[in-house]
Design a protein around this ligand. Structure first.
Ligand SMILES: Cc1ncc(COP(=O)(O)O)c(C=O)c1O
Length: 269
């Protein structure tokens, strides 16, 4: 299916992705300073691009960087997907603190689905009331990736980030949901997590499907009473978890299976 030619547009100049370069003096490199978005492309079409552009602008604002012209980025996004055919891909957009604008199109990451999460402390995620930039998608993802590696070293596939207060947050690159008493639960953005677009879509789809949905703040212990747990992101399907720490979930995950099918249909609609 994937005859995709990975491509980049850097400050308006289009080139094969492998030819794209970022100056070593760019603050995106020297300080990991900037904001980014990863958009899922399904059957050749970016899903909820306008929402990703809004979130990019919000991230820049949150870290006191100047606004970007999102119309320009939208045009570049349209340019990279034009003529690609019905492929699935990852569309990435970066704006660095040096003002460099990057749009890339590449295959979605090939990875085996994360099914076993290991809780990891995430002291850098603070409630938005305490730290307004919390939840911004900045180019400084070192703490998140450190948590992933710690979870892998502990024998899991991925991390489940836990706040200093012991509350369930999100994954290093994905949102998390679980089913308890037949209701779909998910942590609220006010906790300082990324306002995940997959999460927003899934809440809508779950409500359409007749499931009750609840957003809030829960300790890790809440998962012990869950019948299913799942993760999702813009370049992942809904993935049913088999374990979070010592808590295991049955392999049958009817709500996750239903939501996965609904999300896939919505992304390709
Ligand atoms: C920390 C974090 N949480 C959640 C998500 C999921 O967000 P979305 O569904 O918008 O891709 C991401 C995506 O990269 C992320 O980095």
């Amino acid at each position: 299916m994937n005859a995709l030619q990975p491509v980049a547009i850097v400050d308006g100049e289009r080139m094969p992705l492998t030819d794209a370069r970022l100056a070593l003096t760019d603050e995106g490199v020297t300080r990991g300073d900037g904001a980014f978005e990863t958009v899922g492309v399904w059957d050749g079409r970016p899903f909820r691009l306008a929402d990703h552009l809004d979130r990019l602008q919000a991230s820049l604002r949150a870290i006191n960087l100047p606004a970007v012209d999102t119309d320009v980025i939208a045009k570049e996004a349209a340019d990279v997907v034009e003529g690609v055919g019905a492929v699935d891909a990852a569309l990435r957009m970066y704006v660095t603190a040096s003002g460099t604008r990057i749009v890339t199109l590449a295959p979605q990451p090939a990875r085996s689905p994360a099914r076993r999460l290991v809780p990891q402390p995430a002291p850098w995620v603070r409630p938005r009331t305490e730290y307004p930039p919390a939840g911004a998608k900045t180019m400084s993802y070192g703490p998140n990736m450190t948590a992933t590696r710690a979870a892998e070293r502990a024998g899991g596939d991925e991390a489940l980030l836990i706040s200093t207060e012991g509350l369930i947050l999100e994954g290093p690159t994905f949102c998390v949901m679980w089913v308890r008493d037949g209701r779909v639960h998910t942590p609220e953005p006010a906790l300082g997590i990324v306002d995940s677009i997959s999460r927003r879509t899934l809440l809508t789809l779950a409500a359409e499907a007749g499931y009750q949905t609840v957003e809030g703040a829960w300790p890790l212990a809440a998962l012990a009473a869950a019948t299913e747990a799942m993760i999702c992101s813009s370049v992942r399907p809904v993935i049913a978890l088999t374990a979070v720490g010592d808590v295991t979930f049955p392999t049958e995950a009817p709500v996750a299976t239903d939501l996965a099918a609904r999300l896939d249909r919505r992304r390709r609609a």
